[in-house]
Ligand binder design. Structure first.
Ligand code: MIG
Length: 627
């Protein structure tokens, strides 16, 4: 059952598709204390949800803040990352879901200040609160999902493997990446184009020397079974003569300062302006710009920098330069020196900047800061709606920033993680939270975005990511190469990525079922085994679809791990030499997993396709059952 509590919303976020009557007089499970919702927790109470935030599956014991942030270090001390996913599921004596639908900042103190208290504090008390109850954790999530609408479904080929790297500078780099994969016999369906493909980082432009004939090139690659997936950044370069800028300027489609002038920020293209995605006309206009690339045969995109990430604002930069110039010639003591240095560091994503520009919508003018968490969501909606209009097939589309509601228009990837062992586990722990909020097509940069990857890290990461709907290897400019061919012997990657393709009939049909039933593709064990106290404590295993359980290795030099089986299951071991299965009883098992073996567990037989080099070769009907 869902109840809506109306705390006078000042803007509709669009997250909710079903309107419910307000439930006047029905008691809230929370107490209202000053400007917070509070709840006392028992010792056993668990709290799930909050989308892609850092830390565990059970979120209890930390404080989180929804304020979409370009956060390059996903360490345990962080309160926000790129998404704002304001749904929690409280599993204690009282069991319910709560969705705080508001576009601004909100804090979830889940036993951080006071270890047995939940304190939820919206910065502005203007929101819709939905309380969802049901007979089981799964049912509560199902009810919530039926409120927010069906999740985005990508095309089948988006379940193939994708390679990406910031720094593939030209057509040759892409071609040689494709050659390396295909010569090694490693299946691949997509190669991503990062900002390097653009001309001076201008959205919807193509660098004339680096990619002299993108249309011809995209066609040639597609003949080889590989689709090119370009990035689109939120901000638009401020440059007279650049048609996208000129047109947006003329029509007034960019965010304005308080005096009605375009708010100028610095991002990759240098001085830039921000499309007003909250204005439906501006949003539709921006979406239609994707035509420049769909006309070249492009069928999928990833949307980046849409928190929106700001390196600086024109205003802030002028101020910083001025203050540093004033120091010229002076003898700086340590404090003034560090102060001067920080003047520049603080320019990035400055709250003052978010407070200094506005959205102009038919419902009125909104200060960006108050509706901040909607920006990336509305960019994804803009792209999705236009792409569906421009093409007959649904696009591949995923975004970095998001708000609940965006799950109807695209997936998400979890942004700039690191080539750290702990980030395999982090990625696993992010999946159920995302799934609860409707984001089913998701995954993390395999091998880690920042930092240098090693062969064993990549193997273990891939062995987990075989199960994530979005399976993409991506890394930052200047890091060590981490493609599946980068570490010499390719045999092991041919095996692991090959296995992914063989699992697509299972993964894709379970994905479609999850969409159809408003269910989760990835579930913590306790969702399926509610009365099992051991299952409830497992933080490093997941259920995948109806029948599979995974328990990946996420520590270096660990060739084995403990695995908890909540019931009798078949252990399936896929190794270079073939497949072996063994039945294991309920309980703890110490399972050996040599590097390169992919081991998972099945409750019932799993369909396995014949090996394929890409999804177009994949025969979804010709399957054998294992387990
Ligand atoms: O400021 O486009 O998260 O995946 O490679 C960095 C360059 C901008 C951040 C994205 C990352 C991408 C990178 N982008």
């Amino acid at each position: 059952m869902i109840k809506r509590y109306d705390f006078s919303p000042f803007i509709h976020t669009g997250a909710v598709v079903k309107e419910l009557p307000a439930t006047e007089g029905t008691p809230l499970p929370f107490a209202l204390f000053e400007q917070s919702f509070t709840l006392k927790m028992d010792k056993e109470t668990r709290v799930f949800g909050l989308g892609e935030t850092v830390r565990g599956i059970n979120k209890r014991g930390w404080i989180y803040e929804s304020f979409c942030t370009d956060e390059p270090f996903h360490t345990e001390d962080k309160r926000s990352v790129y998404g704002a996913h304001n749904f929690i599921l409280v599993d204690g004596k009282e069991r319910f879901g709560a969705f705080f639908d508001l576009p601004g900042r909100i804090t979830f103190d889940l036993g951080y200040t006071d270890s047995d208290k939940i304190v939820i504090t919206p910065e502005r008390f203007a929101l819709d609160l939905y309380i969802i109850t049901g007979d089981s954790l799964k049912e509560i999530v199902g009810e919530f999902r039926s409120l927010i609408g069906k999740s985005y479904i990508p095309p089948l080929w988006a379940f193939g493997f994708g390679q990406s790297r910031w720094g593939y500078a030209c057509q040759n780099d892409i071609e040689s990446c494709a050659d390396s994969y295909q010569q090694a016999g490693i299946p691949i369906d997509m190669i991503y184009l990062d900002i390097d493909y653009m001309d001076s980082f201008k959205d919807f432009s193509v660098h004339p020397e680096r990619f002299p004939d993108l249309k011809g090139f995209a066609l040639k690659m597609k003949d080889r079974g590989i689709r090119l997936i370009p990035i689109i950044d939120a901000a638009v370069k401020k440059e007279k003569g650049y048609a996208v800028y000129d047109e947006g300027l003329e029509k007034g489609y960019f965010c304005k300062d308080e005096n009605g002038n375009d708010y100028v920020v610095g991002v990759w293209p240098g001085k830039s302006v921000l499309p007003d995605f909250l204005n439906s006309e501006a949003s539709r206009w921006f979406g239609m710009q994707y035509k420049a690339l769909t006309d070249l045969g492009i069928e999928g995109f990833w949307n980046d920098m849409n928190e929106p990430a700001l390196f600086y604002s024109e205003k802030g930069l002028d101020h910083a330069i001025h203050s540093v110039q004033e120091m010229d010639g002076s003898r700086l003591d340590a404090l003034s020196f560090f102060g001067a240095r920080d003047t520049f560091a603080r320019l990035q994503n400055a709250p003052d900047d978010y407070k200094s520009f506005y959205h102009n919508t038919p419902e009125g003018r909104f200060r960006h800061y108050d509706v901040h968490n909607l920006y990336g969501c509305k960019m994804t909606q803009s792209a999705y709606e236009a792409l569906c209009e421009l093409r007959d097939e649904p696009p591949l589309l995923f975004s970095r920033a998001s708000y609940i509601g965006a799950h109807r228009y695209g997936g998400v990837w979890t942004g700039d993680n690191h080539a750290w062992w702990s980030h395999i586990l982090q990625s696993l722990q992010q999946m159920p939270g995302l799934n609860m909020c409707g984001f089913l097509y998701s995954g993390s940069d395999i091998g880690g975005f920042n930092g240098n990857c090693t062969r064993d890290l990549l193997i273990r990461w891939m062995s987990f990511a075989v199960f994530t709907p979005l399976m993409r290897d991506h890394s930052a400019f200047g890091t060590r190469s981490q493609e599946a061919f980068a570490f010499g012997d390719t045999e092991v990657f041919r095996h692991i990525i090959g296995l992914r393709y063989r699992l697509i009939p299972y993964l894709y049909s379970e994905f479609l079922k999850a969409v159809e039933n408003d269910a989760m593709f990835f579930r913590p064990l306790v969702f399926d085994y509610e009365d099992d106290e051991t299952a409830a404590r497992i933080e490093d295993q997941l259920m995948v679809g109806e029948s599979v359980m995974i328990a990946p290795i996420y520590r270096q030099n660990a060739d084995a791990r403990n695995v908890y089986l909540p019931e009798k299951m078949t252990q399936i071991r896929m190794h270079g030499g073939g497949i072996s299965t063994v039945e294991l009883c309920k309980g703890w098992h110490y399972v050996s997993v040599p590097l390169g073996d992919v081991v998972f567990f099945a409750k019932s037989p799993i369909p396995l396709a014949k090996p394929a080099r890409n999804t177009s070769e994949l025969d979804m009907e010709d399957v054998e059952y294992i387990g």
